[in-house]
Design a protein. Structure first.
Length: 221
């Protein structure tokens, strides 16, 4: 059995066409995709039509952990999560053309002007909410800016409006969430996309079954 760790939400949806291409390589595009969407079931393990393939329905930030501990041989994880969790122990053979977005600093318009004029984070700390405390800390340190980081797990864009922080660092795709919460993207820290991750232990012990799958991914890109 090959188990693939996937995260719910946008990345799940975007993974399907890619997995169909992988399936085509095994003779049937439906072979390799979940038989039901996580929106339609509470089951957290979803089979594929191929009885040798199944999918774990996970939170994005948990995908590396399930792969690292051998619960899944393969996973699809965002480069944001992989960098924040310093997942260098996981084999990351391919960048995938899905989950493309950027990690950006955003604040309200008034503060954005002050930031651009270099008037923020010099004498006093800028309070920033983020899911990515490590990346945030590293970025502000490199800029020699003072920062106080508040870790949140979601709905980041509300935090400046309710006054608990002055800025956020979060993923931006279309920019709609920022706009609708009166925030302006002031700088992008990095471009983000999904990556295929593979457990190094499985790569050794299950080389025979993983090799054709990895080759099919390579062709599908
Ligand atoms: C992500 C991200 C932003 C939003 C950006 O959240 O955290 O909130 O998408 O997308 P946009 O620029 O197209 O508006 P997501 O919807 O994935 O949910 P999450 O908060 O659970 O991560």
């Amino acid at each position: 059995m090959i188990t693939i760790a996937l995260s719910k939400g946008r990345l799940w949806e975007e993974s399907i066409p890619l997995l169909q291409k992988v399936g085509e390589d095994f003779g049937d595009p439906d072979n390799f995709i979940p038989t039901i969407s996580p929106e339609e079931t509470r089951s957290l393990i979803i089979p594929a039509k191929n009885p040798k393939i199944q999918f774990l329905v996970l939170r994005a930030s948990d995908v590396p952990t399930f792969v690292r501990h051998g619960a899944a041989q393969i996973g699809i994880a965002g480069s944001d999560v992989l960098m924040e969790q310093e997942c260098n122990d996981l084999f990351q053979p391919f960048d995938l053309p899905i989950g493309v977005c950027r990690l950006s600093l955003a604040m309200n318009n008034e503060r954005a002007i002050m930031w651009k004029n270099g008037k923020i984070g010099n004498l006093t700390s800028l309070k920033v909410a983020t899911k990515y405390p490590l990346l945030t800390h590293q970025w502000f340190s490199a800029k020699r800016k003072k920062v106080e980081i508040i870790k949140l797990y979601g709905s980041m864009e509300i935090a400046p409006a309710v006054g608990i922080v002055e800025a956020i660092i979060d993923l931006v795709s279309s920019g709609a969430t920022l706009r609708e919460n009166n925030l302006v993207e002031v700088e992008s820290l990095m471009e983000i996309s999904a990556k295929l991750i593979v457990s190094r232990a499985s790569l050794k012990t299950e080389h025979q079954s993983l090799k054709p799958i990895l080759e099919a991914f390579a062709k599908a890109l």
